[in-house]
Ligand binder design. Structure first.
Ligand code: ADP
Length: 401
């Protein structure tokens, strides 16, 4: 089945065309500056041919039309006509408490998604525009939504409930939702294949990128996750502060005169690696700074390492054991230094990293066992693939229609 995977942002639309029989990506690309001047589409075929075109796209429907025209272009495309697109799968950032699994788009699904607007205002509107764009351009093609929050919906109440007054939960839906669920689901699923079965397994999945989250996955279900009501919570990130004492928020606002919106922007964009180091939000720059003796880069890095170790310890306690740790995403897949720092001096848990293997494991697309054969806890690098999950969920649900 040819599945078009779509990730619609406020002014951009990323896409990949999957053939689900082979799970190969036949084409992928990006429409940028939707609704702005200077619109542009960049398109890449499986054979490596790249094209780009300047074209103004006033809205997501036009962007969808532009990408479909590109896919079907006899010179640069890979399909003959739009009819070859059999289904569309959308990445959706927030499904609130409404969606615990992927769903086929219906009017009821759309009205529930509209209710999630408050929870992820920057993402939900663009998602709705992306869905609408596909409906306008391909009215007969079924669409599926795959939610970043869905995998985390198995969390028990004691792990998702914040000890605020109960009415905050009832009136505003304030609770832990988590994020990166599709990635955690994919890598936990791959780890479970290696372990042989889901039942009885205790896995900590570490998705470490610009945004980072860590999940405790017991019996194949999420028991807890580090991101919270929003993706600002949990460990230190590229520009996000992660968990801090909540009293710091009004304190800083009073001292600096920042408004709630400015404070939110500050915590999301000016903290983390960037704020602590004063150098960069990018882990590669932080590692370079450390090698040059920059103390603040070292502090930014050490904070993250320490926090990840605390999460592993906490989740091992919550699950009463630990079978495997999985590293994924930009930092998890590539930063040999970070993985080594996280896994060293963990003999209490029986974690033993194979240093030679770990040192070589980066910039590749294979699953790699990083722990020694004698390590009680298995440590794996599993490259994440959220688009593949979206394509296969879409195929499964559309086939069942
Ligand atoms: P996003 O959350 O935006 O999807 P990614 O998963 O792409 O982010 O991760 C980006 C992070 O991965 C950046 O901090 C980047 O520095 C880091 N990263 C990528 N490659 C390497 C590398 N070779 N060594 C260390 N860090 C890396």
């Amino acid at each position: 089945m040819n599945v078009l995977v779509v990730n619609a942002g406020s002014s951009s639309l990323k896409y990949q065309l999957f053939d689900t029989n082979t799970m190969k990506v036949n084409a992928k690309g990006l429409c940028e500056r939707i609704g702005l001047d200077g619109g542009r589409i960049e398109h890449k075929q499986a054979d490596g041919t790249k094209t780009s075109r300047e074209i103004n796209m006033p809205n997501h429907a036009v962007a969808t039309k532009v990408l479909v025209d590109t896919l079907t272009d006899p010179e640069i495309g890979c399909i003959k006509s739009m009819d070859e697109i059999e289904a569309v799968g959308h990445r959706v950032v927030h499904g609130g408490s409404y969606f615990s699994e992927s769903v086929v788009v219906t009017p009821d699904v759309i009205s529930k998604l509209e209710k999630c607007m408050d929870l992820a205002p920057l993402h939900t509107g663009p998602h709705l525009m992306g869905i609408q764009g596909c409906t306008e351009v391909m009215p007969n093609v079924p669409q599926v939504l795959v939610f970043d929050t869905a995998f985390h919906q198995t969390m028990p109440k004691e792990s998702y409930f914040y000890p605020l007054s109960y009415d905050m939960y009832e009136n505003y839906g304030i609770r832990r939702y988590g994020a990166h669920g599709t990635s955690h689901r994919y890598v936990a699923g791959e780890m479970i294949k290696i372990l042989g079965k889901a039942e009885g397994t205790k896995i900590v999945t570490c998705h470490l990128g610009n945004g980072s989250s860590i999940s405790a996955v017991k019996d194949g279900k999420v028991l807890d996750t580090s991101m919270g009501f929003t993706p600002l919570a949990g460990v230190e990130m590229g520009t996000r502060c992660g968990d801090i004492d909540p009293a710091i928020v009004p304190f800083i606002m009073e001292k600096t005169g920042m408004t709630p919106a400015q404070m939110n922007e500050y915590m999301n964009k000016k903290c983390g690696f960037l704020g602590v180091s004063g150098v960069s939000s990018d882990a590669r720059d932080i590692e370079k700074g450390i090698s040059e003796g920059n103390e603040r880069c070292k502090l930014a890095f050490d904070i993250l390492v320490y926090q990840i170790r605390k999460y592993i310890g906490a989740y091992a306690a919550a699950m009463n054991g630990l079978d495997a740790i999985v590293f994924t995403a930009g930092l998890g897949e590539n930063s040999t230094t970070l993985r080594e720092a996280v896994c060293s001096n963990m003999d209490f848990y029986g974690i033993e990293l194979d240093k030679a293997v770990n040192d070589k494991a980066k910039v590749q697309s294979n699953i790699i066992k990083l722990s020694t054969d004698s390590s009680k806890v298995k440590v794996y690098l599993i490259p994440t693939n959220e688009e593949l999950v979206i394509a296969s969920d879409t195929e499964r649900l559309v086939k069942a229609l």
